[in-house]
Design a protein around this ligand. Structure first.
Ligand SMILES: Nc1ncnc2c1ncn2[C@@H]1O[C@H](COP(=O)(O)OP(=O)(O)OP(=O)(O)O)[C@@H](O)[C@H]1O
Length: 441
């Protein structure tokens, strides 16, 4: 018999048992909101990015977070304006029980334990391919992807930029029966919209000006292997039915061709966008969404799995030249790293670790404040970094300056700047977001 008041989780090496926990939030002027707490934490607030969106002016944008812990359900205030309370006591963090009433700045939140506990399988490993993660949400994700890898099903990876979607897509490919075939990456936001069709579907000789010889598209090129379609949310609306048709019939028609050609690629798609929101607003086709989301997984942001930080930092330190270890970090560095919000997720962590090694005396600046820029560094100074990190730093610096310059040239008009760079507007927006550049237009 399960105890309906029990909110603790039972962790085994290959599974976690979670109580079936329902949350009820009652805003003043809109209907009550119900949500289920699963293996990933729930962020509650008014912002559209929250897991539970509460339309009530007393609630902050990101008000609080609820998560399971082995000892019970933890409610954490996220720096809200009007405070988070458990039984009228203002809290920063506390355990919430089914008999307690929480309040989000005056909006009541209660919790109820439903039916039988839910068993979520966990990977017994803290890695999946190159992807590392010892936290429960990551091990649950690895278990799901390990199972999905064995099939040829389409997989949709959702998650913020830098959470590791591409690393995971590669890991799925490596763990699949297709690992001997090619792994082809296509970023739908990196190519001007009018060129995407030719890239994906190919063309015949003379199909358009400049098509001097026939070329297979990426769907054909990835045959026997995997095609990773990054930023699928940016796929132009007019190409969406074509991709759907190709995925369903397993055939493509090259631009200019009369006949269809068969292909055998597994597709993994990813986006940092709210794809269901795009379906609701009509900018993404529902039928394509369901075709892609046969297996849908959300890669949690790093701030929701800070227990992974030491493992990741250790890996990034070991990749330095010469290899470093946690002992080489400045004394308070791990603590500072754990305290950071990580809007750029694991990518930001990797780059921060590289900066820490270059500027160890500036730990605080490297992590919390604006990081030192390698603008005036000579190539020799980069010798302390592995190629990938050194290259990323230079590219980052270049992209920042280049985009700012292009936006200045276009008077802040993103569409015009994108056209002059030969990339999509979405890519420019994404890079502006990544580097915190604002358009004045
Ligand atoms: N779980 C992980 N383990 C180890 N390294 C990781 C992990 N997740 C991300 N990384 C590192 O962060 C970098 C960025 O990850 P990746 O490109 O896969 O993110 P993404 O979610 O595809 O980002 P974007 O949406 O911006 O394309 C990787 O090159 C890798 O070094």
């Amino acid at each position: 018999m399960h105890d309906p008041t029990r909110t603790i989780t039972t962790l085994r090496s290959d599974a976690v048992e979670l109580p079936d926990l329902r949350i009820l939030v009652t805003p003043q002027k809109s209907p009550p909101i119900e949500a289920t707490l699963g293996v990933a934490p729930l962020v509650l607030g008014t912002s559209g990015e929250c897991d539970v969106i509460i339309p009530d002016s007393r609630v902050s944008r990101r008000h609080c977070q609820l998560r399971f812990s082995p000892r019970g359900v933890v409610l954490t205030d996220l720096g809200s304006k009007n405070g988070t309370f458990i039984n009228d006591v203002l809290i920063v963090e506390g355990f919430l029980t089914p008999s307690a009433v929480a309040s989000l700045g005056g909006v009541p939140l209660t919790m109820r334990v439903g039916g039988a506990p839910v068993v979520v399988p966990l990977s017994t490993s803290a890695s999946f391919g190159e992807a590392l993660g010892s936290s429960v949400p990551m091990r649950a994700l690895f278990a799901r992807l390990e199972r999905a890898a064995a099939t040829s099903e389409t997989i949709l990876l959702l998650g913020e930029s830098g959470t590791g979607k591409e690393v995971l897509a590669r890991a799925i490919h490596e763990a699949s029966p297709r690992s001997g075939g090619p792994f082809v990456v296509f970023d739908c936001s990196a190519v001007a919209p009018n060129l995407i069709e030719a890239e994906l579907f190919g063309y015949t000789k003379g199909a358009f000006t400049g098509a001097q010889s026939a070329r297979a598209g990426l769907l054909e090129e990835a045959s026997g292997g995997t095609l990773f379609l990054d930023e699928i949310g940016e796929l132009p609306l007019d190409l969406q039915p074509k991709l759907l048709r190709a995925l369903e019939a397993r055939q493509v028609r090259r631009i200019g061709a009369a006949a269809y050609t068969s292909f055998d690629a597994r597709v993994i798609a990813a986006t940092h966008r709210d794809l269901q929101g795009r379906v609701a607003s009509g900018s993404f086709r529902e039928d394509l969404y369901y075709r892609l989301a046969v297996v849908e997984t959300v890669v949690p942001p790093l701030r929701e799995r800070k227990e992974d930080i030491p493992l990741l930092v250790e890996r990034f330190l070991a990749a330095q030249v010469p290899p470093r270890s946690l002992a080489d970090l400045p004394p308070n560095a791990l603590e500072l790293l754990r305290g950071h919000h990580w809007p750029g997720n694991v990518r930001e962590l990797r780059n921060t670790v590289a900066r820490l090694m270059l500027f160890p005396h500036l730990a605080e600046e490297a992590i919390v404040k604006v990081a030192p820029r390698p603008a005036d560094m000579s190539v020799g100074q980069f010798a302390a970094l592995p190629l990938r990190e050194a290259r990323d730093m230079v590219v980052e610096q270049f992209e920042r300056t280049y985009i700012a310059m292009k936006l200045r040239e276009s008077g802040g008009n993103v569409a015009r700047a994108a056209a002059s760079m030969g990339v999509s507007r979405q890519l420019v927006h994404r890079l502006m977001e990544r580097y915190g550049i604002r358009s004045k237009g």
